[in-house]
Design a binder for this molecule. Structure first.
Ligand code: CU
Length: 155
């Protein structure tokens, strides 16, 4: 493997190599755009997704007692799935009644409190956001350890 790489660098003149590298970078940049176009076209043609661009975003809950990412922005209609990637049970909870510190359970006006209940290792829980605004949520067993997350839901 090392030998063939060495040969390649020796055989291809430096200028040609740089040109090819540039071409490769261009290909890498264009590819996601093409994929995005393809996906949108498929959704329109299929006509089964009435929510249009509704996304499903995953937040991991881990044995370091963190939500990852701990801050994210989604749109109304999007679903967030909390996936426990560790072995320690967690919750994703946005209910001021269940928080030691009300600052860890913020809901926009008109939004109902929500609570996953215990999510064991390897399991997931999902919630679709219908009300725009700022949410701060926490994990009931680990609120004191700082297991807190924020979600901004835009219109
Ligand atoms: Cu937790």
């Amino acid at each position: 493997m090392a030998k063939s790489t060495f040969k390649l660098e020796r055989v291809i003149p430096r200028r040609t190599f740089l040109q090819r590298s540039g071409l490769l970078a261009l290909g890498v940049a264009v590819l996601p755009v093409l994929q995005a176009c393809g996906r949108n076209t498929t959704e329109r043609d299929g006509g089964t997704d009435t929510a249009g661009d509704a996304q499903n975003v995953t937040v991991e809950m881990n044995d370091e007692l963190k939500f990852v990412p701990d801050k994210l922005t989604v749109k109304v209609g999007d679903t967030v799935s909390w996936h426990n990637v560790g072995t320690i049970p967690h919750t994703a909870t946005d209910d001021p009644v269940k928080a030691f510190d009300p600052a860890h359970a913020k809901l926009p006006a008109g939004a109902e409190p929500w609570d996953s209940g215990i999510v064991e290792g390897g399991k997931s829980w999902s919630y679709a956001f219908a009300t725009p605004g700022e949410y701060t949520y926490f994990c009931i067993p680990h609120e004191a350890a700082g297991m807190v997350g924020q979600i901004t839901v835009t219109e």
